[in-house]
Design a protein around this ligand. Structure first.
Ligand SMILES: [Zn+2]
Length: 207
């Protein structure tokens, strides 16, 4: 554990014990980070997969379309997988948009080899010997998405200051998967459309 650098446009997966925390630091303030969790305590959904972070259940339980300090990300069992315990940004982390993916980049005219958060999710799991048969919706840290009065989804520029960070605390044994979003066509990672590194600081064990 300890400190890690999540390189621009790449993903990673880490086992976390219940009570362990990770601080996710945004050195430039503009970089979106897609986040997922899989249960590592043996709990399953009943349809052949481990419990995984569900943005649908998260929004339902929290009655919010955002994740902010004190709110948890739920599994399909409506129980917390992890909780945001600190937020040194303006908050309102997005749960609405899908992780970027191959078809999205094809629509943007990019080659098939363009990296994506969905691809990073599966690549990161494979690196620790795990797999999922599908790509769950992601929590999109540092990403600013508002809903307009007519239900429009409005993608704003990121607003965290350089060094802005959040801290997530595992509520049960989980595998945390993170992707430093590779989006370099639209300005979701900042007006200069430049993916950047993210710094991670894991606590040594449960606090
Ligand atoms: Zn992405």
């Amino acid at each position: 554990m300890g400190q890690h650098i999540l390189l621009a446009s790449t993903g990673g997966a880490w086992h976390m014990a219940a009570g362990q925390t990770v601080r996710i630091v945004n050195p430039h303030g503009t970089q979106a980070v897609d986040a997922w969790a899989l249960a590592a305590d043996g709990s399953e959904t009943g349809d052949g997969t481990v419990q995984y972070s569900s943005m649908e259940h998260t929004r339902s339980v929290n009655s919010s379309i955002y994740i902010d300090t004190g709110l948890s990300v739920m599994g399909m069992d409506r129980r917390p997988l992890f909780t945001m315990v600190e937020d040194a940004t303006p908050g309102h982390h997005d749960t609405q948009l899908c992780p970027c993916n191959g078809p999205l980049y094809a629509d943007l005219g990019q080659p098939p080899a363009h990296r994506s958060c969905a691809g990073n999710f599966h690549e990161a799991l494979a690196q620790i010997g795990l797999e999922m048969p599908f790509t769950p919706a992601s929590l999109n840290l540092f990403m600013r998405v508002r809903v307009g009065p007519e239900g429009e989804i409005l993608r704003d520029l990121p607003v965290a200051a350089p060094g802005g960070h959040v801290t997530l605390k595992a509520d049960r044994a989980i595998v945390l998967v993170l992707s430093a979003c590779p989006q370099d066509v639209t300005p979701i990672n900042g007006a200069d459309c430049t993916p950047r590194d993210i710094h991670l600081e894991f606590s040594r064990g449960p606090l």
